[in-house]
Ligand binder design. Structure first.
Ligand SMILES: Cc1ncc(COP(=O)(O)O)c(C=O)c1O
Length: 409
């Protein structure tokens, strides 16, 4: 847990790696790469299993592991920067494992009201899989509080969980977390939100009213593209010791100690990386917007973005590292053909899915991450065939721009 009392996320991030009680006082925490933990006596083992005081603290790494727990405490600590209430966290083997456990456990027996535009994996869960596990999912237009109010009224008190994304992947539209959370709570529902694109550096959903935040830590928390992981962070009492933890235990979705440790190492530099991701993305978005070869740029930091006013309210530090854009049709070639040609010509940027790595990643949602989303839904939610998605990295921004410039031809 953090040694610092500072509320500033930059200080909190750098001080999370502190294993209390380590006999060697290692500066960087050790990795407890062990499947099982020995009991001092039969009595200590029995007390562990019957949850009695004085029993063993650890038993088996599918249930809990000291390195994973350190990472969880760090996530909760960083999320709560700025003087929020204390939070708790549960780590998972991937972002999807965290999201499905949260939706299934918190939404079971009722209706989950989810925004239409979602990350494709969550979209597929929403479209079919959730129903197989007894969870009914209904949708609303996440960009409209009015649409949410209508959906809420239509379900008359059946809603258990409202599911949002802070910035909808990949069209970069925002959701009014504060307004929707207040309405959801009045209706007796919990609010869960995927904040992967923003991290707590840019948006603090729980301070805005949400109850549980989901992350694919594969992205900015890990930060180096070398792991797959996820985490849920929530208000005390919602995650630990209840249904969500049981889902993790019985579906077996806990991360291994090494991945948890890598995530912890990434978290230490997250604030400083996010600052640079945000600065670079702003500069790239402004350059793209001025270029006549580009027809549309989706970046919440631009005044032209439909949710710019909301972004200024909910994202006080900046607007994140993700950009969507579309090239203009040229020489009889439509935006999709132009975009594909550009993605084949990049030299510095890497043509790859995922996001939040140190280097700039470029991809084509319609044929890659969102290929399995129904094409009609894809178009309705703004994912045109020409949309290009950029995860802006930490390179010198002039080099990123020079690469995009030559690739556009
Ligand atoms: C916004 C968002 N949420 C969740 C996920 C799923 O995370 P993971 O791949 O770690 O399961 C992703 C993956 O790209 C994502 O972009």
């Amino acid at each position: 847990m953090s040694k610092t009392k500072s509320q500033d996320i930059r200080t909190r991030c750098t001080h999370v790696d502190h294993m209390e009680g380590d006999p060697y006082r290692a500066h960087v925490s050790p990795i407890y790469q062990s499947s099982t933990f020995s009991f001092e006596s039969v009595e200590a083992g029995a007390k562990y299993f019957s949850h009695e005081e004085g029993g063993a603290s650890h038993c088996y790494s599918r249930i809990e592991n000291p390195t994973v727990q350190l990472m969880e405490k760090a996530m909760a600590d960083v999320e709560a920067h700025g003087g929020q209430e204390e939070l708790e966290a549960l780590a998972f083997a991937s972002g999807m494992s965290a999201i499905s456990a949260g939706i299934m456990a918190l939404g079971k027996g009722g209706v989950v009201l989810a925004q239409e535009a979602l990350y494709a994996g969550t979209d597929q869960l929403k479209a079919g899989l959730a129903a197989e596990y007894g969870v009914t999912v209904k949708t609303f237009d996440g960009t409209s509080v009015e649409s949410f109010e209508h959906a809420l009224a239509a379900e008359k008190g059946n809603i258990k969980l409202v599911y949002l994304e802070t910035i909808a992947n990949p069209v970069m539209r925002l959701t009014d977390v504060q307004a929707i959370s207040a309405l959801a709570h009045d209706a007796g529902a919990l609010v869960m939100i995927d904040n992967t694109f923003c991290t707590p550096y840019f948006v603090q959903p729980i301070a805005l009213g949400a109850d549980v935040v989901a992350y694919s830590t594969t992205k900015y928390q890990g930060g180096h593209g070398n792991l797959v992981g996820g985490v849920l962070v929530g208000r005390k009492g919602l995650l630990l010791g209840g249904d969500v933890q049981n889902y993790r235990k019985f579906f077996g979705g806990i991360p291994g100690p090494f991945d948890a440790w890598l995530t912890l190492q990434g978290l230490k530099t997250m604030a400083v990386r996010m600052e640079r991701h945000g600065e670079n993305a702003m500069a790239v978005a402004q350059w793209l917007e001025k270029d006549p070869r580009v027809s549309t740029v989706w970046y919440p930091g631009l005044e032209s973005h439909p949710d710019h006013a909301l972004a200024k309210r909910e994202m006080p530090r900046g607007f994140g590292g993700m950009i969507g854009f579309e090239l203009a049709a040229r020489d009889g070639k439509d935006a999709a053909v132009m975009g594909a040609a550009m993605m084949d010509r990049v030299q510095l940027c890497t043509l790859a899915v995922s996001l939040g790595a140190v280097d700039t990643l470029i991809q084509h949602p319609a044929s890659m991450t969102h290929a399995k989303v129904d094409p009609t839904v894809r178009r309705q939610t703004g994912i045109s065939d020409g949309l290009v998605r950029l995860s802006v990295g930490l390179e010198a921004v002039d080099d990123i721009i020079a690469d995009l410039d030559q690739a556009m031809g």
